[in-house]
Design a protein around this ligand. Structure first.
Ligand code: DGY
Length: 331
């Protein structure tokens, strides 16, 4: 039996999320939804602060900063926050916990898409594909040359994974058939169960830096990992090594990365994430041939983005019913 619309819990959705997620919310008959009806511009902060007043639940994406100011603006009705992302560095977990607000997020459903894109970015960077297509169409393609556009191959290489979770494992599983010789990883503590899936050896941060031919960053952005990829790391890496980041831009010190790339301290970098996003087109990193920059698209497949929206919607509905969410963050 449907309750009168006006007595249903109020939900604010901060973005025009993919259709399946919106359908899940709308057809539940459980909530009344208000939506920032655009996918092209994020809801302006002032508008968001107004819109959240008195809502019971909020569905957001990673462009919204969920902090004390926003939670105060929402007020005591707010019981559930559901983010359509696996990352949660845009959320003040402490503030959410203090207010007893339950938090849903979207791990797992994006693992395949992110791992696939990470491999694509790694190969694009190591085999210099962007430079190569540019040369081919702008007249740089002369005779076949013996060392022209040479890069680095995965066969016989050592691949380092910084932050071994679901995504790191999925990346390694996809790279293994390229005849990688050895996987190594570092994390706050060894993760033997995950590591055994890909036969990876636990090493120190320094050892990972020194031994990796390819280094893939797959950790969460936390106060501990903020700018942990800095000159200290790059100076220990081989000058033939490739650095790949599909986690969060904040784990990298971009000035140090620029320095490492422009002086040949490392061979190349592939980034799907930067600070800020979008990265201004006049940013020095864009001037480097050995830096490939993508606009945060690792989870951008139709299947995955729809699955993320449905999971975020279901987390929210379950949370409002007081039931366990499918994917809930422990606060
Ligand atoms: C996430 O989910 O955190 C990604 O960055 C976007 O899919």
């Amino acid at each position: 039996v449907r309750r009168e619309m006006s007595s249903l819990p109020r939900v604010y959705v901060t973005r025009q999320i993919p259709p399946e997620g919106l359908k899940t919310l709308r057809e539940s008959g459980q909530v009344q939804c208000q939506l920032w009806d655009s996918d092209d511009v994020p809801v302006p902060r002032q508008e968001l602060l107004q819109r959240v007043k008195g809502v019971d639940a909020l569905l957001c994406v990673l462009t919204e900063k969920i902090d004390a100011e926003l939670l105060d603006a929402a007020g005591p009705n707010l019981k559930v926050l559901s983010t359509m992302s696996v990352g949660f560095d845009h959320l003040s977990l402490e503030e959410l916990k203090k207010r007893g607000i339950r938090v849903g997020y979207t791990p797992d459903v994006l693992t395949d898409s992110v791992a696939e894109l990470t491999v694509a970015l790694l190969l694009t960077t190591s085999r210099r594909l962007v430079e190569a297509t540019h040369e081919a169409k702008t007249g740089g393609w002369g005779t076949w040359r013996t060392l022209w556009l040479c890069g680095y191959e995965l066969a016989n290489s050592t691949v380092g994974i910084f932050g071994l979770g679901r995504i790191g494992v999925a990346i390694a599983e996809r790279l293994a058939p390229f005849k990688v010789k050895k996987f190594i990883y570092t994390d706050v503590a060894p993760r033997p169960e995950l590591a055994s899936l890909i036969n990876a050896e636990y090493v120190s941060f320094d050892e990972m830096a020194k031994r990796s031919d390819f280094l893939a960053v797959c950790c969460a952005l936390t106060p501990e990992t903020k700018e942990i990829c800095n000159k200290d790391l790059f100076s220990k890496m081989k000058n033939t090594s490739i650095f790949i980041n599909t986690s969060r831009g904040g784990v990298v010190n971009q000035d140090d990365l620029y320095e490492a790339l422009s002086t040949g301290q490392i061979a190349g970098a592939g980034l799907d994430v930067t600070v800020p996003e979008p990265l201004p087109t006049n940013h020095p990193l864009f001037t480097l041939k050995n830096c490939v920059i993508l606009p945060h698209i690792a989870s951008a497949s139709f299947t995955t983005r729809n699955a993320m929206s449905v999971l975020a919607a279901n987390n929210l509905l379950l949370g409002l019913r007081g039931e366990p969410m499918i994917k809930e963050l422990k606060l």
